[in-house]
Design a protein around this ligand. Structure first.
Ligand code: DAH
Length: 336
């Protein structure tokens, strides 16, 4: 009788067959290998029976033991499976508004109580509203400042080429042409320019204020700038106006705020201690005329700043590169 052969085969099966019940039936079942061997033993001589009988019994016990061990091993594994019902679950992450959206909302909230009407003009604009109606005729060199994207194959004989709106000032004449006076407009829209560096991104937001009424003068503009600086940037922040030149305002200014990163000492970001927020001025009579408003009866002021840059100058944000805002890096975004 080939007891060794059965033993070898059993060990092979134990390694290769996963279903333990199947192995048990094959070896220990009524018609299994062991039962069959015992049947054969009947026809053996008495001395052979005495020798082989106990060997067969030992093999049977050995098989039973090994199968039992295997079964226990499995149930142990199940017992320590990684399902710990009392462990706290993973919470789904909750997002929040992007820093630019937060800035937009905060800016609108500063101007709303003063009666400003929030509008949003086109992101693709006609050359006419972006430049010509702002006192910058075709081919005028002043246009160069705006690093404009022109849209090919899209032009209108009266309104010129289409452009990606380079500044929110393009909403000024559109607002005037609505024909409703007085005007208190806050145009907050997306703009585009061909510039990318620590201070500039090609797609950004600007907000533009326009106030037109009888008797509006520079003191109203100064008062509004102070109001905004105190309500948006917080106490201790200073603004200053510098004489400048824009074709659509007369006189024109640039408005600076002391840098939040170095508080006016001068750093990699601001260089001089002051950061330019944007431009402002008294609306040029020619622009009023383009808007069908009589400059002898009405005057007004306007200002236009970048939303992202304004937010960066807010106390405590400490953002040293405007490009972080569009990097989609959670390590940055989660801080705000
Ligand atoms: N539109 C100008 C720019 O993007 C900023 C500006 C200057 C807006 C003077 C104004 C203004 O309303 O009066 O650089």
């Amino acid at each position: 009788m080939e007891i060794e052969k059965i033993k070898k085969q059993f060990k092979k099966d134990l390694e290769s067959i996963k279903d333990i019940e199947k192995i048990r039936i094959r070896y220990l079942g009524k018609k299994g290998e062991i039962a069959w061997a015992f049947k054969q033993l009947k026809s053996f001589s008495l001395t052979a029976k005495k020798k082989i009988g106990p060997e067969l019994n030992n093999l049977k016990r050995e098989i039973e033991d090994l199968l039992e061990k295997r079964l226990k091993g499995r149930s142990n594994q199940q017992q320590f499976s990684p399902l710990y019902k009392s462990l706290p679950g993973k919470k789904p992450e909750i997002g929040h508004l992007h820093i630019t959206t937060q800035a937009i909302r905060e800016i609108v909230n500063v101007f709303k109580p003063l009666g400003f009407n929030r509008v949003r003009y086109n992101e693709v604009e006609w050359d006419y509203f972006a430049f010509e109606s702002l006192n910058m005729p075709k081919e005028h060199p002043a246009r160069d400042e705006w690093e404009t994207f022109f849209i090919q194959d899209l032009s209108n004989p009266k309104k010129g080429k289409a452009v990606i709106t380079p500044h929110t000032s393009s909403g000024q004449v559109r607002e005037m042409l609505k024909g409703e006076l007085p005007i208190r407009m806050l145009n907050l829209s997306r703009c585009g320019r061909r510039e990318i560096n620590i201070n500039h991104i090609p797609s950004f937001y600007q907000f533009e204020g326009l106030v037109i009424d009888k008797g509006i003068n520079i003191t109203h503009l100064r008062g509004l700038l102070d109001y905004f600086a105190q309500n948006f940037f917080g106490p201790g922040r200073k603004t200053r106006i510098r004489p400048f030149h824009f074709k659509f305002t007369e006189p024109s200014f640039e408005i600076d705020i002391n840098c939040d990163l170095c508080l006016g000492k001068g750093c990699r970001f601001c260089k001089s201690g002051w950061v330019e927020l944007g431009g402002a001025g008294m609306v040029h009579p020619n622009v009023l005329k383009f808007g069908k408003i009589d400059p002898c009866k009405y005057t007004g002021f306007a200002f236009g700043w970048g939303v992202e840059r304004t937010y960066m100058m807010k106390s405590g944000t400490k953002i040293n590169d405007i490009r972080h805002l569009f990097s989609n890096d959670f390590r940055f975004l989660e801080q705000f």
